[in-house]
Design a protein around this ligand. Sequence first.
Ligand code: ADP
Ligand code: MG
Length: 246
Amino acid sequence: MIELAGIEKRFGDNVVLKGIDVTIAEGSVTALVGPSGGGKSTLLRCINLLEVPERGRLVIGTESITFEPGRRPTSENVQKLRRQTGMVFQNFQLFPHQTAIQNVMEGLVTVLKWPKDKARLRAMELLEKVGMAEKAEAWPSTLSGGQQQRVAIARALAPSPRVLLCDEPTSALDPELSEEVVDVLSRLAQEGTTMVMATHDLRLASRVAGQVLFLDGGTIAESGAPSAIFGAPQKERTKRFIASLG
Ligand code: ADP
Ligand code: MG
């Protein structure tokens, strides 16, 4: 349902993604692991087209786009693909001047032009799903990191994206706060939400992911089930990395 083929991305002379091929089934969870600078965030940003690759092909559901050097995709095509995705960031990035529910409604009202009462109902449903309904009227600054991230997840899911992209969703959180976010992501996974997440959190990856991709130096060095990648990595590089995470 999501396909990346031959995705290449460079920043100046730095080739950050060197021809990435990935297939992601509907309802599956894929974890991107690997050393800092390996290209995890860039890969996520290429899926939602915050970065435009130089080469390759991206398919999300019925929408697709082909990248070639020197040819910018049309903004219409970019918008269509981007709307298939929702993104959750390490630092939550809630709008500080909006309450929790306003954050979740924002895209529905301003981008999708939903009437406010309909957007409010949808937002409330999502806040319930992430266990944040009682905090609907709270300001982000009054919420814990874990609570803010749960609101951010609700916001990302509001327009019903085909895939939820998460970039280190628990990295800014203490273990206890991280746990409540892992619980929410795990529940979403059980409900069949398609997700791709970059994470250093092996517990998160083992609990929710069906496939793990070990990304190193812009290539997928190794891939497989979490038990295989974390329990019995094949390559020296992967072994060292997993060992370093303790
Ligand atoms: P990871 O998320 O695995 O730590 P990143 O995708 O953030 O890796 O980074 C991969 C490489 O791309 C790094 O060398 C980083 O310096 C470079 N990079 C990422 N974003 C940019 C950017 N906007 N401009 C220039 N270089 C970038
Ligand atoms: Mg990153």
